[in-house]
Design a binder for this molecule. Sequence first.
Ligand code: GDP
Length: 297
Amino acid sequence: MAFEGLTERLQKTMEKLRRKPKVTDADLRETMREIRLALLEADVNFTVVKNFVKTVQEQAVGAEVLKGLNPAQQIVKIVNEELTKMMGETAVPLNKSDHIPTVIMMVGLQGAGKTTTAGKLALRLKNEEKARPMFIAADIYRPAAITQLKQVADSIDVPVFDLGTDVDPVEIVRQGMEVAKEHHNDYVIIDTAGRLQIDEALMDELANIKELAHPDEILLVVDAMTGQNAVNTAEGFDEKLDITGVVLTKLDGDTRGGAAMSIRAVTGKPIKFVGEGEKMENLDVFYPDRMSSRILG
Ligand code: GDP
């Protein structure tokens, strides 16, 4: 289960603190040290951990928790609040255009879950807003990618615009946008190509698509299981494309959680959704406060 190791360690640390009749400065320092190690072990970004521990410590000292009642309980409260802040404080909704179609561009490395997430998002929009989304298949490098998008689209009854694999992706997007306007689709979801790692050619192509389509939302899909790599990927895509949000997938897996806790702090960009399974229904809004409570167990 996600965060299992981290939750266990944090709980142990807090339990130890609770059992003390009186919490001393030394106990507080030891607690901070344990929290620091637990976060690093969970693959949270080093600088993020450093800042986090410093802030929690300052808060605890400032609030004079050691002098008050239930210092352990108060420290848990501070940790909870700071974890929530670190992950963005509040849920950030999808950007919407004031005229249709709202354009959502899905980007990410191959295998992160881009196509699956595009499907999940379309289903969500259909269910919640009775929206009529359309996909544009702009990954021309893997024929299987178009087939996969069509399978996903069929399963949720959403149309796909594609021109096969021999047309330039920017041209595909241009024509697709025209079709969406003619058909009055209220959302266009562009499924772009991924690579095994970030490369110039891919980034240039995505930048060209962005320039043409003026997306309201550029959602970067990253795999939570890849830990710090997910954070590096997010930085790389953000630098080139100025992404508007992140979807963290595979949070149902055995992730240590570092990506979930670092991405916002490192990139400043919100995690908007999390994927928690392979099914089309398995996409949830990301609530930092709920995630924090889940981490603390
Ligand atoms: P893409 O290459 O980025 O388009 O990735 P895909 O959409 O093809 O997804 C790659 C694999 O990850 C597929 O087997 C998906 O079923 C799986 N996947 C995507 N999102 C999730 C998720 O949230 N949880 C789990 N367990 N698997 C996921």
